[in-house]
Every structure is written in C-alpha cells, then in structure tokens.
Design a protein. Structure first.
Length: 113
C-alpha cells in the first residue's frame, strides 16, 4: 500500500458538512514500525505509526521532541514502505501531544520531500 500526495474529498458521505480539513491529503489509521531520528543523531528510535498520509504521519514515542525539530524517517522493511523515497525521508515535527492515560507522546510530522 502506498500513500501518495492527493487532494482531499469534499464530503465524507454522512450527509453532514465535514469540518474544514487542514491536511492536503487524508490520514489513514495504520500501525507499522518506523525508524525516526533527529538529523544530527546517528542512531534511530524504533516507533510505531498511529496514522499516515501522503504528506505526513503520526507516531508514538516516549522520547521528548520539540516543535519544528527536523527528523529523518525510514521504514523497515523498505519493501512495505508507504512512502516512496530513499532510505531516509526528511520530516519536520508539527505537533506533539500526550496520549491519554499513558506516558507516551503522539508526534506528528510533515514530510519535507
């Protein structure tokens, strides 16, 4: 399954007008291993995605990250990677949220390439 950049549908099909969508492409719930690391750190953290789109992804982490930090993202195995790119994909952190009833954080990144 590949997640490529695409336009968002105008309606969600439930008969109500949807809230304005800020994303350029819709997110899909998908749990898969992902490697993330700050650009200046040589080792990665293995995390689990919560959802993904052609423009970004959200993953769960216990590591503290700051808004606007740049990360390198890679998928293992690369054959099942939802984004087509090289081994590491540059991304920027756009949101950091605490997960309810957990010490973990939900980190949202925007793909830069």
């Amino acid at each position: 399954m590949r997640f490529e950049k695409s336009r968002h549908e105008a309606s969600n099909g439930n008969g109500r007008f949807p809230d304005p969508e800020r994303r350029a492409s819709p997110r899909r719930t998908l749990a898969m291993p992902v490697h993330v690391r700050p650009e200046r750190i040589p080792w990665f953290e293995e995390a689990m995605t919560l959802d993904i789109s052609g423009e970004g992804l959200r993953f769960m982490s216990s590591r503290e990250y700051a808004l606007s930090d740049r990360l390198l993202v890679s998928f293992a195995p690369r054959t099942s990677a939802p984004w087509q790119a090289g081994t590491e994909i540059p991304a920027r952190i756009v949101r950091v949220e605490r997960l309810p009833e957990s010490n973990a954080l939900a980190i949202t990144v925007q793909r830069l390439s």
